[in-house]
Design a protein around this ligand. Sequence first.
Ligand code: NCD
Ligand code: ZN
Ligand code: ZN
Length: 345
Amino acid sequence: MRSLTIRRPDDWHLHLRDGAMLEGVIGDTSRHFARAIIMPNLVPPVVTTADAGAYRERIMAALPKGGRFQPLMTLYLTEDTNPDDVEEGQKSGLITAVKLYPAGATTNSHGGVRDMNKAMPVLERMAKIGLPLCVHGEVTTPEVDIFDREKVFIDTVLDPLRRRLPELKVTMEHVTTSDGIDYIRAAGQNIAGSITTHHLIINRNAILVGGIKPHYYCLPVAKRESHRLALRAAATSGDPRFFLGTDSAPHVDPSKECACGCAGIYTSINTMSCLAHVFEQENALDRLEAFVSLNGPVWYGLAPNEETITLVRREEAISFPGKIETEAGSVTVFDPMFPLFWDVE
Ligand SMILES: NC(=O)N[C@@H](CC(=O)O)C(=O)O
Ligand SMILES: [Zn+2]
Ligand SMILES: [Zn+2]
């Protein structure tokens, strides 16, 4: 196949940040994606519907001229989140999901949830009104090995929560293990999973072999090869419970290239080229549209986009900048470590 026309894709997990960084990165998303679920882990986080409304306005103001892009806003769940505010946010059409960050699990998550019992009134309301919970699925218990944190989260937090509140719709975000894939496959209804571009491409060797490579470090951290293969099988299977959430998470280079570097990989700019490459390798180009454009809208109860994009396979490798320059500083672009041929026309 030399060219492929699909409905315009959406990104079901995206970090746009704020201010100069927002201005520097939003064009890379709006160029290809019609909509994205916008993560609320700003400093301070987006906790109320009013915060989300103000953030949405800043995003719209930062959009390149003529850009048509719809940010789907989320609220950062805290132990004090007010169920009425969440319900009003959903009713007004502003809020698409609420995000659970276990406290301390990842970038800007210190204000997240420590005791799930305290979040139950909001979660019960969400179950009642059909508002999905997006989860960063890792425990933070210091005794638990970082490579096991997703599996332990499933066993000790996610599964008990779903048994307690089976009507709650849960998106397990950035699934990185075969345990996550198996759990979603076996769980029946009210659960789905997003998968990032980079977790389909790298395993943990990318971070550690030949020197420490901060630009491949993200959370949940990439796992061993067998997990990457399970993610690829799920993403390319056409199973409607799996869809793209890039988790593109820009950090300026000095924040990553230091003694305690931040977690996050920036992929917005080359995600579609990387994904077409992966799906071609798996002989699944005919399922790319399901993964990037169809499965997510079904899960979130939205119509797929009417517009299309066309991917073209070039004879020569195409190039992306190694870094993008923003007013906040330079941000290194994800390097898949193989040449890319698929271009978005
Ligand atoms: N994925 C990451 O490694 N980082 C994200 C946070 C997150 O999604 O966990 C970020 O905000 O930088
Ligand atoms: Zn996360
Ligand atoms: Zn994220």
